[in-house]
Design a protein around this ligand. Structure first.
Ligand code: G6P
Length: 623
């Protein structure tokens, strides 16, 4: 996601900031900016550009003037969450008074409410971002408290709900920077004798300058002053211990967040991504019960409730998420759902009625076929609802309403975290709509919400099998064909597992509903054929065991994904992978992880280019 850099010292700040932003490019971004100041000058100069850091660098070369020599600066690469990618929405954001500049990673959940309060106080806004609300809020306290920046930051953060890593710069006091974090990392590198400090959202831009690093903890604020010891307090300004770590990192690995490939990084990011996706949406109330808060649903409630028929359009992995969405919506909302390949739908003269809702699912938000399907649905008068990752993307703009999945940029061509983000949004949507319709029982609603909030923790548990899966993968590199079988909610997971393997290992793989196997694929089964069964407790467990026996008696090699503690399946399977027990509609969020890891490790063992497989594109903007 977004990246932060900062510098205070006696060297020119801009070269460090620009290089640092380049080093953070791996996180993905759509615009970049820096703010520079100098203790003696009492002014802040801001430079921003849409697109690549190179654009920003060019702008700086043309326009920086004497600011090019300023020795204090903050910088940011932005991945849009509130408001489209544009120069105006890019960071740093200045307060209305022009006295403060701020860079921010994370999401301020209550920004709308805070913005309304600030508007009443006479504040105006230049951007659509939650970040500008935060800098104005800090400014409000700053003007009130006699311009004590650190105090203003802590007062503002106390009013803030959400996640943040921030660095704030002050116009008339360029001798310090103030930084803070909650649920979004921030690290401060200490130069020789505290004569200079380097700040980063991770250590990548810092490591070539210093190994002495301080990782801020949640709700800590740091005052960073040239030539002084670092001062850290909590939000109540109680002094905290400064724990300096000696960090030694391999810079090449850091560019992928410490992982050998983007795909593995993105697989491991999923617990955090799902937390981000649910932030402010699955809400625990004072009485301990859960509510689901989706503004798209709130604003279009009447139309959504009227829907007699839902059509999901998507491609690739997003289409598999759609198949899970169908089961979720039908179960919770009792509305008929069809899932269509966007490429087929657009040319099929489909039946679309005015009261239909068309849900378009897309990671990139740019897939040409999905976009065309949306346009067709709009022509026919259906409400078009987007489930998209790319903020401000074409699909986000074309759809009337929707929910962003907020999982951050996905760089590996084979989609992983977008899938679990899409399924999470579909789960929240089905639950909230089902509740509004009265088609989901309250205790079931509560049970599923309670399960949802546990998903990030349970995902981490599943990911612990990474080494075991890597070992297992070496035994499968010989395979020419794979079969993936699952039932119910795990049938789309079987399809997704097979797709992942095909995409990156170039092994032919098919996903099938387990019971359909005997209508064809069983003819392929022999000793050479690995068969992955997703055989968790809920999904017609005993029937799937029968399917497994049929395979076993034909000599097929079975790898089973089972519910933790299941020993019965050992009799039939050569290898077992476990997922924690959870209500069945949430199982895909866990059972897909071993599928992703298996595909990844098989491809790595075969020495293939995991992040950029042959013939595939991340974003398919042509038919
Ligand atoms: C391409 C990508 C897939 C993705 C599909 C749909 O084929 O390689 O990973 O699932 O497009 O893309 P979308 O961005 O619309 O989800």
């Amino acid at each position: 996601m977004c990246g932060i850099v900062g510098y205070i010292g006696s060297a020119k700040a801009a070269p460090f900031l620009i290089k640092g932003l380049h080093q953070l490019e791996y996180r993905g971004y759509d615009s970049a900016g820096i703010a520079l100041t100098q203790p003696e000058t009492g002014r802040i100069e801001v430079f921003k550009a849409k697109g690549k850091v190179d654009n920003l660098e060019r702008k700086l070369q043309q326009a920086a003037g004497e600011a090019a020599a300023f020795t204090v600066g903050i910088g940011h690469t932005r991945w849009a969450t509130h408001g489209e990618p544009s120069e105006q929405n890019a960071h740093p954001h200045l307060s209305g008074s022009g006295e403060l500049a701020l860079v921010h990673n994370g999401i301020i959940e209550n920004y709308q409410l805070l913005k309304e309060q600030l508007v009443e106080l006479g504040y105006t806004f230049q951007s659509e971002t939650d970040t500008e609300v935060l800098v104005q809020l800090i400014d409000y306290f700053y003007q009130k408290n006699g311009k004590k920046l650190k105090n203003a930051v802590s007062q503002a953060l106390k009013k803030t709900i959400g996640a943040y890593a921030i660095v704030v710069m002050e116009r008339n006091n360029g001798r310090h920077l103030v930084a803070a974090r909650k649920a979004s990392p921030l690290v401060i590198g200490i130069g020789q004798d505290s004569s200079e400090f380097f700040i980063g959202s991770d250590a990548t831009p810092l490591i070539e300058h210093t190994h002495k690093m301080v990782y801020l903890e949640d709700e800590q604020i740091a005052e960073i002053r040239m030539g002084h010891e670092l001062e850290i307090t909590n939000l109540d300004e109680i002094v905290a211990e400064v724990s300096v770590k000696d960090v030694d990192l391999d810079i090449s690995a850091l560019s992928k967040g410490g992982y050998p490939h983007f795909m593995l990084k993105e697989i491991f990011e999923q617990p955090q991504c799902i937390e981000n996706c649910m932030r402010g949406r699955v809400v625990k109330q004072a009485d301990g019960t859960y509510d689901i808060n989706l503004s798209a649903l709130h604003n279009f409630k009447a139309k959504l409730i009227r829907a007699r028929h839902v059509i999901i359009v998507a491609c690739g992995t997003s289409w598999h998420a759609g198949l899970i969405g169908k089961q979720l919506i039908e179960e919770m909302c009792r509305i008929r759902v069809e899932v269509e390949y966007a490429s087929e739908f657009r040319y099929r003269n489909p039946v679309i009625e005015k009261d239909d809702v068309v849900i378009a699912i897309s990671q990139s938000g740019e897939t040409a076929d999905t976009l065309a399907a949306i346009q067709l649905a709009k022509q026919e008068g259906a409400l078009v609802f987007g489930i998209v990752n790319g903020v401000g993307s074409s699909i986000a703009r074309e759809t009337e309403t929707g929910v962003y999945i907020h999982v951050g940029p996905e760089i590996g061509v084979a989609s992983t975290k977008a899938f679990t983000g899409q399924v999470t949004v579909l789960t929240m949507l089905s639950l909230a709509l089902g509740r509004a319709l009265g088609t989901v029982a309250e205790d079931k609603f509560q049970q599923i919400c309670a399960g949802l909030v546990e998903i990030p923790r349970l995902m981490k548990q599943v990911l612990k099998q990474n080494d075991a899966i890597a070992n297992l993968a070496s035994q499968f590199t010989y395979a020419k064909n794979f079969l993936y079988l699952g039932r119910g909610y795990n049938y789309p997971v079987a399809l997704e597992g097979a797709l992942k393997l095909k995409e990156i290992s170039y092994i032919h793989a098919e996903g099938y509903p387990a019971a359909e196997m005997k209508h064809g694929p069983i003819a392929l089964v022999d000793k050479e054929m690995p068969i992955v069964f997703i055989a968790t407790h809920h999904q017609l467990y005993h029937k799937i065991i029968s399917n497994m026996q049929e395979v076993q008696s034909r000599g097929g090699r079975i790898l089973a994904v089972v519910t933790e503690g299941d020993t019965d399946i050992q009799k039939f399977a050569h290898d077992l992978l476990e997922v924690p027990d959870i209500i069945n509609c949430l199982e895909p969020l866990l059972s897909v992880l071993p599928m992703q890891l298996l595909a990844y490790h098989v491809a790595v063992k075969k020495g293939l280019n995991v992040d950029m497989p042959r013939n595939l594109a991340k974003s398919v903007t042509v038919e």
